[in-house]
Design a protein around this ligand. Structure first.
Ligand code: FCB
Length: 439
């Protein structure tokens, strides 16, 4: 009698969860991905980040690469000296916008010591983009920061927030007359989970408590910067780039898998959404976080099939459904998930910018299809009324993929790291055609 009651309740739970959180798949064979429509105001773009392309940086990441015996970023794409030619590549794609990040360690190599030359170079780069009719979107923190900041505890110590705000103000004061779109931090959840739980990013710690603390501090840092910058220029648009990774139970009949899924979804997605929407995350108040955004940047890549035994590393392939295609990163291509990610993030009631989407695919076999499916999905969402304003492909060119180094290639252009030659891939040419067809 108890047993049957238990089974009945268990089944009921699973049915409710399955209906409430469906794992949607589309029959792509039946979909014509060339049928899409984008409004005139829609912005097409490409994205990069300073440490991944500039070369010869000296920051928390370079230190971490050495300390952990990782592949070194070294010269990267030598973008710091080749930026003009790289801007030709961007122009050649016909995009409207370029999302780049500023390398704090170049601007403030020692605490309180500002490098005007570096600031002038960034300023010249922005001018050059504008002269080409390419709108810059600037990210202030994309995983890398100065060593002195790291040594002071970085975002682990909330007292350091003012140092970060000082840096943001310095950049903003010199660029806000020409840059209107700003991302404060990139992927606060990835930064804190990879750096403070999974040990794969600096500073390489392994503690859930530290992860939660850093995540809260990053949202605090974001909102402190938001207030300070809006105070200087209320007309500017400021947001942050949030990575939405979807979690689905590996076995949909297993309650333990559901419980893990729900917990991970809160830690990765829900906490930050709640921090920004209600000013509260992980049970504590985050001062000024509520509504501290004019848009929300969405970085979308995949979903993860979850169980209590989920591997705590990105070094091995994650589990996949039989029909799913694996990417070089060891997670699957799941374009349907863009719909779920947009729906989740639209809880924030703000315009959505797709600040990143792309795929690790070294021979460019998968990327053309990956691109088309995601763009089709995007167009559908816009037709359903979702306020999506832009799409930035990650990435302009192959670059230094953090803990994975150079083996993962995300570019629309291939980079030969020996010669620094860039070559347009098929996917790059497809992207250019797609953009042209929407004009
Ligand atoms: C995102 C990062 C970006 C890049 C892509 C592949 O999480 O923001 O720098 O590494 O993944």
């Amino acid at each position: 009698m108890y047993l049957s009651a238990f089974i009945a309740v268990y089944v009921l739970f699973i049915v409710i969860l399955s209906l409430r959180f469906p794992e949607k798949y589309l029959n792509w064979e039946e979909i014509n991905c060339s049928s899409y429509d984008f409004p005139d105001y829609f912005t097409w773009g490409v994205a990069t980040a300073s440490h991944q392309i500039e070369g010869n940086n000296n920051n928390n990441w370079t230190e971490f690469e050495i300390k952990n015996g990782l592949e070194k970023s070294d010269d990267a794409c030598q973008h710091w000296i080749r930026w003009k030619e790289d801007f030709d590549l961007i122009e050649n794609l016909g995009v409207d916008s370029y999302r780049l990040s500023i390398e704090w360690s170049r601007i403030e190599p020692n605490q309180g010591e500002w490098n005007q030359e570096a600031l002038d170079q960034y300023s010249g780069m922005i001018d050059d983009l504008i002269s080409r009719n390419i709108k810059p979107m600037v990210t202030l923190h994309h995983f890398s920061h100065p060593i002195w900041f790291e040594e002071m505890g970085g975002f682990y110590n909330r007292e350091n927030t003012q140092l970060w705000v000082d840096y943001c103000k310095r950049i903003f004061e010199s660029l806000n007359d020409k840059v209107t779109d700003w991302c404060t931090v990139n992927e606060p959840e990835v930064f804190s989970i990879m750096g403070y739980h999974m040990k794969m990013f600096p500073p390489g710690k392994g503690s859930v408590f530290k992860t939660i603390r850093v995540m809260k501090n990053m949202i605090h840092a974001h909102s402190a910067a938001y207030l300070a910058l809006k105070n200087i220029n209320p007309n500017t648009r400021i947001g942050l780039a949030k990575n939405v990774t979807l979690f689905d139970p590996l076995r949909r009949w297993n309650l333990l898998h559901w419980i893990t899924t729900i917990i991970l979804n809160y830690i990765w997605n829900g906490a930050i959404i709640s921090g920004l929407k209600k000013g509260k995350m992980f049970g504590s108040k985050i001062h000024n976080a509520k509504n501290s955004y004019d848009f929300i940047g969405l970085n979308y890549y995949t979903h993860v099939l979850t169980s209590p035994f989920l591997p705590q590393t990105t070094e091995i392939d994650l589990p996949k459904r039989k029909h799913e295609v694996m990417t070089d990163f060891g997670y699957t291509m799941y374009a349907e998930g863009l719909e779920r990610a947009v729906k989740l993030i639209s809880k924030l009631n703000a315009p959505i910018e797709i600040t990143e989407n792309g795929v690790a695919d070294s021979d460019d076999n998968l990327r053309p299809m990956h691109l088309r499916r995601h763009i089709w999905q995007l167009s559908k969402l816009i037709s359903e009324g979702y306020d999506i304003r832009s799409y930035y492909h990650w990435s302009l060119m192959d670059n230094f993929e953090w803990a994975e180094g150079y083996k993962l290639r995300f570019g629309l252009y291939h980079v030969d790291y020996e010669t620094q030659e860039r070559t347009l891939k098929q996917s790059g040419s497809d992207y250019r055609d797609i953009i042209k067809s929407t004009r």
